[in-house]
Write a protein that binds this ligand. Structure first.
Ligand code: C2E
Ligand code: MG
Ligand code: MG
Ligand code: MG
Length: 301
């Protein structure tokens, strides 16, 4: 294009428009500095047992308190961390912070604190030979019960190298942690792998859940995913539940757990504690997460 307009086109280029590669390099430097300098935060989104509307745990989601740009979401820096290899430090930090927080909440033991914690792992972390050691180190450091930790791996990351993934998952599973396939339905996992991986939970991607009520196709996909999960003996979790209609549809379909703005956005730890305290008491609060009666009403009173 520049050629067609003549050789000097670059001279009219807006000088304030910095080369994206330069921007990335700068952001990368800032991120490295930010990780070391304690600028990362973890927010927690409740995971609800649909049948009882009781919190069963939380998912840890990283944020970056950038000194000038404010609180940044993962979309603005996770890919960069992944491509540069910084995800190793970032991931280790998030895991450690989440396990520490989980251990603190479980020591409170007052029923007002979430205890089980889910942490996301990237494709690159999955390929890191130190991963299992790192997970074990955090569990040991805070004395956290491994069965209360779930590691989430996207379907896409698993399918990048299924043979390697299966080995790593088996090693992680031996630590006693739970394993979830994240963003399920977006990555072409074959059913064979689903059966062979030591998975405890299937998280149905938000893109399908958001179509409940508007798309018959999405409705069929969500329902099939739930049945598939139950057929292989694992939990089904719906991501991105935003409306009460979606919640009640998922309940009818027999989905076990749900996360989404309908219940709560991801919250800073102290705000999550406030949110839990403000939840109405449930008659069924003694019921643990897991497949409940398919038609139980999640009534609070
Ligand atoms: P994810 O693991 O699938 O997490 C769910 C994302 O959906 C979160 O976005 C969450 O805030 C958002 N979400 C939850 N409920 C709703 C809803 O009802 N509606 C809508 N529109 N969105 C909802 P977030 O926090 O921006 O994270 C995006 C992705 O970044 C995550 O997707 C995960 O893949 C990645 N990520 C986040 N934290 C970490 C981390 O510590 N390590 C790694 N490797 N990846 C992370
Ligand atoms: Mg996740
Ligand atoms: Mg997801
Ligand atoms: Mg996602």
């Amino acid at each position: 294009r520049a050629k067609a307009r003549g050789r000097n086109t670059w001279e009219v280029h807006d000088p304030s428009e910095v080369d994206p590669a330069v921007n990335r390099m700068r952001l990368l430097g800032e991120l490295r500095h930010g990780i070391e300098g304690g600028q990362l935060r973890v927010h927690y989104q409740p995971r609800m047992t649909i049948a009882t509307s009781v919190i069963s745990g939380v998912e840890a989601l990283v944020r970056w308190e950038h000194p000038t740009r404010g609180l940044l979401q993962p979309a603005e820096f996770i890919d960069l961390a992944e491509e540069s290899g910084l995800i190793r430090e970032l991931g280790a930090w998030v895991l450690d912070a989440a396990v520490q927080q989980g251990a603190q909440w479980s020591r409170l033991g007052d029923g007002n604190a979430p205890v089980s914690i889910a942490v996301n792992l990237s494709a690159r972390q999955l390929a890191d030979p130190q991963l299992a050691c790192m997970v074990q180190a955090s569990l040991t450091r805070y004395g956290f019960d491994p069965s209360l930790l779930t590691l989430e791996i996207t379907e896409t990351a698993l399918m990048e190298n299924p043979v390697m993934a299966r080995k790593v998952l088996t090693t992680l599973k031996a630590l006693g942690v739970g394993l979830a396939i994240d963003d399920f339905g977006t990555g072409y996992a074959s059913l064979t792998y689903l059966k062979e991986f030591p998975i405890d939970e299937l998280k149905i991607d938000r893109s399908f859940v958001s179509g409940l009520g508007t798309s018959d196709g999405d409705c069929a996909i969500v329902s099939s995913c739930i049945q598939l999960a139950h057929a292989v003996g694992i939990r089904a979790v719906a991501e991105g539940v935003e409306t009460d209609y979606q919640r009640s549809t998922l309940l009818t379909m027999g989905c076990d757990l749900a996360q989404g703005f309908h219940y709560s956005r991801p919250l800073a730890p102290e705000l999550l504690e406030d949110w839990i305290t403000a939840q109405p008491p449930s008659v069924a609060s003694g019921r643990a997460a897991g497949p409940g009666p398919a038609h139980a009403e999640p009534d609070d009173d």
